[in-house]
Ligand binder design. Sequence first.
Ligand SMILES: [Mg+2]
Length: 216
Amino acid sequence: MYKNYILDKDYFIQVVKDLAVMAEVERDYLTKLDSLIGDSDHGINLSIGFREVTKKLPEWENENITAFFKKVGMTLLGKVGGAAGPLYGGFFMKLGEPANNKEEVDFGEFCNMIKNGVEAVESRGKAIIADKTMVDTFRPALDALMAAVEAGQQPLDAFDKCVKAGEIGRDSTIPLIAKKGRALRLGERAIGHMDPGSASSYMILNIFYENMKKRF
Ligand SMILES: [Mg+2]
């Protein structure tokens, strides 16, 4: 159904480059969010991780999509501290698997990549909706994406729904008490603050979307 909508290696390399820019631009904002309910390091950790990714990126340009994201994920896993390291490490390591060692995927295959990445976050973090984590962004975003694909919608329409559902999910963390992570100890004091992981998860999905708009 989506055979004419191809995302190639150049697309994914550009996404990763833009993620590295995001990690710098949003570092202080994400760290500030984490200072309110966590340990003030989320933005700093992502920046450290993506600086390492940027350093190694030229070595990976000839890898297929599966191997490429495995390396991105392993680098983040090794460099990003806190809970975000294993979660985003897992997300990116698993993201490329459905690409089956190919150099390009169609939009349908890309949706399976997102699904695989989100499920990795859920299984590693053992979080569910309303725990005040990145799952509050990722799970509704994935559900909206898959529903749109099921309904046969055009890729940009489908991914627009994905990103918008993620944004609503991100904002849904504001009034919640945390059930995971350091914010757990804050109890009701976490109320009124957005979860930093849900914020960065939304930014990640949005970067996939913004680059897709230049392709489709
Ligand atoms: Mg933290």
